[in-house]
Design a protein around this ligand. Structure first.
Ligand SMILES: O=C(O)CCC(=O)C(=O)O
Length: 288
């Protein structure tokens, strides 16, 4: 918040809608509203049945799956997220994003883990239903590579106590891995979404700022990371409250955002990915 009482926070307005998972079909215009930047995002309460949330959490925290977790930001102080399944984003161990080979290898582990956790009650049908509902009932499904093989529908993420996700936006279509992206898909739009399986005991909040990645002269540190203290001081901001089972879909391709350091003793656990539509606007595609 601004220290100078007369200075208004800068940036684009931020607004979120909140709806119930059971009601998505009555909100078929919300995804278009995000694409048009009329709203910033939507929180869908109870997007996953509580039984799936509990089952997911129990197994993701178990010793039997401990070896499936990777550390794509290993060596980044305070930013060492754990993941199962790669994301098509820059990481501290691969600034240019994962190679297609590494990404594809991670789809195998991810599929085995998802089978072990959920067996025949997987999250993907719920994700399809919600994303379809928010886009006028048009079909929603995992994205494919040019050769027809599937991208990951989502990945699993854990932030241990003290760990955060630093300020960033998610418009990463310039990464090499997107050269194999389905050519029908619209690269002028990108939303992030995730489902909270376990919130942090304290903090670990999604914070969205009024700064867009395309804005000129963003506040940068000499390290070339975004200056979060300046964002906090000078820009509009919104803390998005999320409970276990809630899903958030938001304009992460434009809006700079972060997850504040996780407080308390337990990890914050989510599953999520990105989405766009085809250029004809006839379907939603999602991936990690
Ligand atoms: O909390 C998460 O799972 C990811 C938050 C985030 O940075 C995103 O969704 O883009």
């Amino acid at each position: 918040m601004p220290t100078d009482g007369n200075k208004q926070p800068a940036g684009h307005p931020i607004s979120f809608r909140e709806i119930e998972g059971a009601d998505v079909a009555g909100h078929g215009d919300l995804m278009e509203q995000i694409f048009r930047a009329e709203i910033t995002g939507v929180v869908v309460h109870d997007a996953l049945p509580q039984s799936l949330v509990e089952r997911g959490l129990e197994l993701l925290a178990s010793d039997s799956l401990a070896s499936a977790w990777c550390s794509p930001n290993a060596g980044m102080p305070g930013g060492e997220i754990r993941t199962i399944g790669d994301a098509a984003t820059p990481t501290y161990t691969a600034f240019g994003g994962p190679t297609a080979e590494r990404y594809t290898a991670s789809t195998v582990t991810h599929a085995e883990v998802t089978e072990t956790i959920f067996s025949d009650a997987k999250p993907t049908p719920h994700i399809r239903r919600i994303l379809s509902g928010l886009f006028g009932g048009k079909p929603a499904g995992p994205s494919t590579f040019k050769d027809g093989t599937k991208w990951l529908p989502f990945n699993y993420r854990a932030l241990d106590p003290g760990v955060q996700i630093y300020s960033h936006h998610d418009n990463h279509y310039g990464l090499q891995i997107y050269e194999d992206f389905d050519t029908e898909l619209d690269r002028s739009r990108l939303l992030s979404w995730f489902i909270t399986l376990q919130p942090a005991e304290q903090d670990g909040d999604l914070i969205v700022y009024g700064l867009w990645g395309s804005d000129p002269n963003p506040p940068m540190l000499p390290t070339r990371f975004l200056d979060t203290a300046a964002l906090e001081r000078d820009y509009l901001r919104k803390v998005v409250e999320l409970r276990a089972g809630d899903m958030v879909i938001f304009d992460a391709g434009r809006h700079v955002h972060r997850v504040s350091p996780v407080g308390g003793a337990r990890p914050r656990v989510t599953l999520g990915g990105f989405l766009t539509t085809d250029q004809a606007g006839s379907r939603v595609a999602f991936w990690s």
